[in-house]
Design a binder for this molecule. Structure first.
Ligand SMILES: Nc1nc2c(ncn2[C@@H]2O[C@H](COP(=O)(O)OP(=O)(O)OP(=O)(O)O)[C@@H](O)[C@H]2O)c(=O)[nH]1
Length: 312
């Protein structure tokens, strides 16, 4: 990747996070121009971070780091933002794990779950494209059999990325489709089977039962499958993300996260709350609709964008 595209995705991320970073920057510089930095100032900083969706535990950790630093040096708005970014990066560091489906499994099965419109299909398309470029043979399974448009959209991505596409008629049993797709992948000696799923709201028992059935069918075909279970979260939904991780985690055994739409009017602080609470890998972030707009997660760059600082 060239420096220009690197800069491109970072500036999109920074723009996406600009609402949060502007609030934090303003709040922090208001707080830290005071002569005396007392406990009340730190409490206010904690409130500010909680309002930015970081969650109580992460906010407390960040405030402790600022509290420790105030004994060592004079703090102004800019240096506080630097400390916040460092501590946020530290919280996010364990989440930065490359997406690496096992090469020994043929096919390695990647189940992709998430609520409607979170960006599952687009994410699958982008992942398929990057693995195809790496020379892998891929099968895409259109497991969202409820929505004809979803099947069509995945078909377009399959064509574009040269993946084998398995779909059924609208309303067909999703688990039966997945069964067929796995056999197709086996017959074709494919490296990767990526399964799209329906995404109606997680409180719909029907959807969860369907996901459970898909997992059951996969486990009969290969006890290790799905090797990865990716939950796609929309960064504009804020606090809702926490409930989604819990709900999908129960039925689909989520192994990693993708956060999309960080280029939009994102509420990026939620990624910190999710990483702190669930300790799940964040494999990718989405910063646009295009095929090159899925980026491996870089905690330091993310943390600096969140507080409006340039990349180091
Ligand atoms: N700006 C932006 N848009 C995105 C991103 N990822 C996905 N989208 C858009 O979000 C919309 C929904 O994405 P889909 O991939 O269809 O979402 P889905 O989860 O498959 O949704 P259903 O098919 O309705 O279940 C589409 O218009 C995508 O182009 C992103 O990172 N940034």
């Amino acid at each position: 990747m060239t420096d220009t595209t690197q800069q491109g995705w970072f500036s999109r991320l920074k723009t996406g996070l600009s609402k949060t970073s502007a609030q934090l920057t303003r709040g922090i510089s208001d707080l830290f121009t005071k002569e005396k930095l007392d406990a009340a100032t730190l409490d206010e900083l904690e409130d500010l971070l909680i309002q930015a969706d970081l969650g109580v535990a992460a906010a407390e950790r960040v405030v402790e780091a600022v509290g420790r630093a105030r004994h060592a040096r004079d703090l102004d708005g800019e240096s506080v933002r630097g400390i916040v970014a460092e501590e946020v990066a530290r919280i996010l560091e364990p989440a930065a794990k490359p997406f690496d489906p096992p090469e020994s499994a043929r096919p390695a099965v990647v189940l992709v779950v998430g609520v409607n419109g979170s960006g599952k299909t687009t994410t699958i398309g982008k992942i398929a494209e990057s693995f195809r470029t790496a020379g892998l043979k891929i099968v895409l399974a259109a497991g969202d059999t409820f929505r004809a448009a979803a099947v069509e959209q995945l078909g377009v991505w399959a064509e574009r990325s040269g993946a084998i596409f398995v779909s059924k008629e609208t309303g067909a049993d999703a688990a039966a489709l997945v069964y067929e797709a796995w056999h197709k992948a086996k017959d074709e000696d494919a490296d990767l089977l990526i399964v799209d799923t329906a995404g109606r709201l997680q409180n719909k028992a029907g959807l969860m039962a369907e996901l459970e059935k898909i997992v059951r069918v996969l486990k009969k075909l290969d006890p290790e499958a799905p090797h990865d279970s990716l939950l796609v979260l929309d960064a504009t939904t804020g606090q809702n993300a926490l409930g989604q991780v819990e709900a999908f985690g129960k039925v689909a055994g989520v192994t990693g996260l993708v956060m999309t739409k960080l280029d939009g009017t994102a509420r990026g602080g939620i990624l910190v709350a999710v990483a702190e609470k669930f300790r799940l890998p964040v494999h990718f972030i989405g910063v646009g609709e295009g095929v090159d707009d899925l980026e491996p997660f870089d905690p330091k760059a993310f943390a600096r964008a969140l507080v409006g600082l340039p990349r180091e």
